[in-house]
Design a binder for this molecule. Structure first.
Ligand SMILES: [Zn+2]
Ligand SMILES: [Zn+2]
Length: 348
């Protein structure tokens, strides 16, 4: 089967790998929609992140978001051949307190699917077929497309967890910094819950997209006094809930100041160090800070219900589609920032 490998700075190729086979609770899924995430930055720098240089990640094993059809099972279990499923990220033990409570993304005992199945391939979503434990597959409702269903991964997932963790409702003003795919997914999630949404971003394409998705206004930190503007828009209080998706300290500073006293701030964008003023920044303001990664599996019925109700927004935020043979064009497009969520099709 064809799969994608990054071979240097802005270099990649399709490589041939053996089709994986099902074993125990691991089933084989034919990948029919594979949303792109942050792999373009690995393509841009030739996989220089520490995870690659330490050998923890493999530049020929890429992609962690997918939806597709179950094509092989090794034993009766939670799915059957022919089932349409969302493929949740990672491979986890299934037995620890985190896995059992739906918070599998925080499992301390990840599983190596290649070792578990005695195969050379199957961990990557940018491949014609992938492996997944059956309990990490969500059944897709009949009328839902693979593209829409796959947004349950990073497209809408981390933002969903931020909304759940902070109990966002129609009485909230949600401030979102960074309007890449996760930030745009935050706009969709917050609008779905009836909240008022203010964005902070510089990218013109994504500013327009956020407004099309229902953001009331998007502030440009190069032109606007963001903190003053948010206070003006909220009767001098600040945003009740904030979501940081950029991973940039400049935006974190703005959100620390523009979130109201006793408000909540969710850190979703991956980043390095950031310094917080404990007394003046956090304690005096009574801020609640949250580290947000993926979402609780127990929310799956509610997540799929939301996806079925926000189809028009998903059609707006999924802006581009590429066959896997054009993955390089897809990554180059992502590097420009003039796109929303980008879909790749490993079987086209
Ligand atoms: Zn576990
Ligand atoms: Zn992702």
């Amino acid at each position: 089967m064809k799969t994608v490998a990054i071979t240097g700075v802005e270099k990649c190729e399709l490589v041939e790998k053996p089709v994986p086979t099902a074993r125990n609770e691991f089933v084989v899924v034919k990948v029919l929609s594979a949303p792109l995430c942050t792999e373009y930055s690995d393509y841009a720098d030739g996989c220089q992140r520490a995870e690659y240089t330490r050998g923890e990640e493999d530049p020929s094993c890429l992609g962690h978001e997918a939806a597709g059809e179950v094509v092989e099972v090794a034993r009766p279990g939670k799915v059957q051949v022919g089932d349409r499923v969302v493929v949740m990220p990672g491979f986890w033990c299934g037995r620890c307190r985190y896995c059992l409570s739906g918070e599998y993304i925080h499992c301390q005992n990840p599983v190596d699917p290649h070792a578990a199945c005695g195969t050379e391939a199957g961990a990557a979503a940018y491949a014609e077929f992938c492996l997944k434990q059956d309990w990490l597959l969500l059944p897709i409702p009949e009328e839902m497309s693979y593209d829409h269903a796959s947004m349950a991964c990073c497209g809408l997932g981390p933002a969903w967890n931020a909304m759940q963790t902070m109990s966002v409702s129609g009485t909230d003003t949600v401030l979102v910094s960074g309007l890449g795919p996760v930030g745009l997914g935050t706009v969709i999630n917050a609008v779905y819950r009836g909240a008022r949404v203010i964005g902070v971003a510089r990218n013109k394409y994504r500013t327009q997209l956020a407004q099309d998705l229902g953001a009331e206004t998007v502030l440009d930190p190069d032109k606007d006094d963001v903190v003053a503007a948010v206070h003006n828009l909220t009767g001098g209080l600040g945003a009740s809930k904030s979501v940081e998706t950029s991973g940039q300290s400049r935006y974190m500073d703005l959100l620390m100041q523009a979130t109201r006293r006793k408000g909540d701030l969710a850190f979703v964008g991956e980043s390095g160090d950031y310094t917080i003023q404990i007394s003046d920044g956090m304690i005096r303001n009574g801020l609640h800070l949250h580290g947000i990664w993926h979402w609780n599996l127990g929310d799956a019925p509610d997540m799929l219900k939301m996806i079925s109700e926000v189809g028009d927004s998903l059609d707006k935020v999924i802006t581009h589609h590429f066959p896997i043979s054009r993955i390089e064009d897809a990554w180059k497009l992502q590097m420009t920032g003039s796109c929303g969520k980008v879909m790749v099709y490993p079987n086209e």
